[in-house]
Design a binder for this molecule. Structure first.
Ligand SMILES: Cc1cc2nc3c(=O)[nH]c(=O)nc-3n(C[C@H](O)[C@H](O)[C@H](O)COP(=O)(O)OP(=O)(O)OC[C@H]3O[C@@H](n4cnc5c(N)ncnc54)[C@H](O)[C@@H]3O)c2cc1C
Length: 398
């Protein structure tokens, strides 16, 4: 009987499930371990407001969305080996058809994650994947065949496999299982990890009580938000602690690069300063009140400029504030509230097959690697693609 390779996948999010699928389809004996009583918990959470599986964008535009410390050129090759077309075909093969919205975002028909996850796990069971839940990985002993130490309901359980694929996720929404506690375990093995931090998250600022009274919960629609050289169009919402919304999520990496985090908002992007001033022609005072009528400045925007700038002696100074409103930020919202986390295992420590250079036989995939991306389907796409890569590679090594 030929030796069937035994592969442990630790972490049952989309990256780990996909790695398990690929390895099992190639004939490996796969055991999938997860700390939680069930797998795919964050995937299910992601499906609550519509599972955005991937994006319909063409390469290389698609790849432009990924960043990370020293993200290597070959990251693109990993995504292209299991790209957005293949991901949609894969969902179709499980009987889940997808559609692309006008924004390019791709969703399963029905929007939810649960039917897809159910069929996926059925398929994995059919392929012989053994699920061991409530197994929290606590230590890796890197010998020729890596030994794994788990905490299983208070008892220590050891396991040995020919290869190991780690897919332990990032640090957002720890209740789903991805709590980032693996960082210290890998650092003990000398593996460099960029600290995990909030990505796709809101930011905090010190709004005054008066501003909150006036504008908490109000939207800022149709604005352009900039951080350094990067700008995004969209909508923000004023919250008790700061700001939430698509443009600020997307600007996270650019804001983090600034010595003093802040954004600059153009509340009237379709008008120049000169055009705004011209609309104030006969006004001599109460410029802010006039701006609400003449510029159709929203109540939220007017509240912000009023509270951040002390006075407007003329229409020009108000127009400048409305077009270049600097909002200082203090910090991103805590990582456990964020949609995803930035940081992770650094690329210099990995081969192109996602194997740890210093520990042959141990592969990594998913959000635990040092890439980040905005919402829009890019997070799941990279989790699936890196899982595919690790699953394929793990079956190759003897
Ligand atoms: C609210 C929300 C909405 C989202 N919506 C979208 C979306 O629409 N589109 C999109 O592209 N992305 C979305 N995401 C992000 C996406 O869900 C994640 O990027 C993706 O799940 C990461 O996959 P992963 O397999 O790397 O990790 P995870 O899905 O986080 O899975 C990691 C697994 O590892 C297990 N684990 C961790 N540590 C251990 C340990 N020590 N031992 C054993 N097991 C362990 C965990 O229990 C977990 O099951 C969303 C995220 C959130 C929070």
């Amino acid at each position: 009987m030929p030796h069937r390779k035994s592969i442990a996948v630790v972490g049952g999010g989309p990256a780990g499930l996909r790695a398990a699928e690929v390895a099992a389809e190639s004939g490996a004996r796969v055991t999938l371990y997860d700390a939680k009583p069930s797998t795919g918990r964050k995937f299910l959470v992601a499906g609550k407001s519509g599972l955005n599986l991937t994006n319909d964008q063409t390469f290389p535009d698609f790849l432009e969305n990924y960043q990370g410390k020293d993200l290597p050129d070959w990251f693109g090759a990993i995504i292209s080996h299991f790209d957005n077309t293949q991901l949609r075909a894969w969902a179709g093969s499980l009987g889940i058809e997808t559609y692309a919205a006008s924004s390019g975002k791709v969703f399963p028909i029905g929007m939810k994650a649960a039917p897809l996850l159910r069929r996926w796990i059925e398929k994995l069971r059919g392929l012989g994947v053994e699920f061991k839940v409530r197994h929290r990985l606590t230590e890796i002993i890197p010998t020729d065949s890596p030994k794994l130490v788990f905490d299983h309901e208070g008892k220590t359980v050891k396991a040995e496999h020919d290869s190991v694929i780690l897919a332990l996720g990032g640090a957002s929404w720890p209740s789903t299982g991805s709590d980032g506690k693996w960082v210290s375990m890998l650092e003990k093995l000398g593996i460099p990890v960029t600290p995990l931090s909030s990505a796709n998250s809101g930011w905090e600022t010190n709004w005054s009580a008066a501003l909150l009274e006036q504008a908490e919960g109000f939207p800022l629609k149709n604005i352009v938000v900039s951080a350094g050289e990067v700008s995004r169009h969209g909508e923000l919402v004023i919250t008790r602690y700061g700001l939430e919304g698509g443009p600020i999520y997307r600007l996270g990496p650019a804001i983090r690069r600034l010595a003093e985090p802040h954004i600059t908002v153009d509340f009237k992007p379709t008008f120049s300063v000169e055009q705004l001033v011209a609309k104030m022609e006969s006004a001599k005072r109460n410029f802010l009140e006039e701006a609400i009528i003449r510029w159709k400045l929203s109540p939220a925007a007017s509240a912000i400029v009023e509270h951040l700038y002390t006075s407007f002696p003329d229409a020009q100074s108000l127009a400048m504030a409305v077009k270049h409103c600097k909002i200082p930020l203090t910090q991103p919202r805590p990582v456990d509230e964020a949609i995803s986390s930035a940081g992770g295992v650094q690329w210099s420590t990995l081969t192109k097959e996602l194997m740890l250079k210093d520990y042959p036989g141990i592969y990594l995939c998913g959000e635990m690697l040092d890439w980040e991306a905005p919402t829009g389907g890019y997070l799941l796409q990279a989790s699936f693609a890196t899982g595919t890569c690790a699953g394929n590679a793990a079956i190759q090594t003897v």
